[in-house]
Ligand binder design. Sequence first.
Ligand code: HAM
Length: 403
Amino acid sequence: MIQSLRGMNDIFAPDSERFEYFIETATTIAKRYGFSYFESPLLEETALFKRSVGESSDIVGKEMYQFLDKGDNDICLRPEGTAGVVRAFIQKKLDKQGGIHRFFYHGPMFRYERPQKGRLREFHQFGIESFGVASVVEDATLIMMLADILDTLGISYKLKLNSLGCQECMPPYRSKLVSFLEAVEEEICEDCVRRKGTNPIRVLDCKNGSCQERYIEAPKLIDNLCSCCDVDFSVLQKMLSENGIDFEIDTHLVRGLDYYSKTAFEFVSDEIGAQSAIAGGGRYDRLVEFLDGKETPAVGFAIGIERLLELIKMPEVERSGYYMGTMDDEGLPIIMKAAQAKRKSDKVIVEYKSKNLKNHLKGADKVNARYCAVIGENERNEGTIWIKDLVSKTEETLPLDAI
Ligand code: HAM
């Protein structure tokens, strides 16, 4: 028997209902904040992710679904959404046009990771990207919007916040960190020794407990920010506090993608096991320029939909629509016509098999219909239909064209 690939899930009801509810909720909220829907291809040139997410990242270094297509082009399935949106933004010359552009998107992402609870090879994200606003107020707005989405879905979370500095303060900090790492080189893991040469700040994120113990004394980026980044980080914290958003500063939050500068954040849940990050994002002011566009400030985030599913509290589903059936086969063409007419405005499920009334009522209950409408011999002869309201428990017989 052919099975789905490892780490790639089918999503059935009731999870698919929660999935749909999530997309509807997040879409409604994104539109309220002025974002418009955006779609981009699942396949892109591999070079796009190498240059944006970064060759030293695990995502590009180990996890890409990369292959040559029939024209020998080096392409891959997108491991994340930001790079594609930035590529499209530049391709459409929106960078040259200037102004503010705000997009939201959702769809599958692919990472060849080791599957486990909360970690899939094909997973879905809902993402937001905002271009053209340098002010940290936009960062605050995005974080508030993400909190708004999670609050609406009844999901509790912790927000972790950090600043990764800018071109001015990051390089001197990096040198300080490298000096520190050289001093403790004997005591840290091989991966961290390697990271020291490729992307030193990644060491701060090392999962090895003894490395983490060493790094308690490591220089902190937030103590080494330039005045501009320092002011922005304070404004961000003040604005979040003023708007009732709790956060904790996590000086080791570096994010797994290379394009970030300044604000970095992650929303985590303690109810879903080891893979606790439900959303992450930050500012990436250099990326548009780095991908050959005109310098444009930008900030965004993405939510991992699968990790949220079990946490979503759905509103109770009320009975809705019609269940229609007939008590003999001659009634079927009549009920089919009535159903087609009613479907212009309402949900209708038709039972094709003729049954007695009791069984039709059971069927209506099973599909959670509000009304059970049935045609028997009498109704057929009189051009009427029997209807029971399963909420008020009232019943009546109406002329067929009255429904
Ligand atoms: P990310 O942190 O790599 O950021 O992914 C965002 C979210 O996707 C994670 O917090 C997690 O919930 C979910 N996720 C990641 N990998 C997996 C996996 N293997 N299985 C299930 N869920 C997963 C980004 O992708 C950035 N593009 C976010 C962003 C947008 N930054 C700026 N704009």
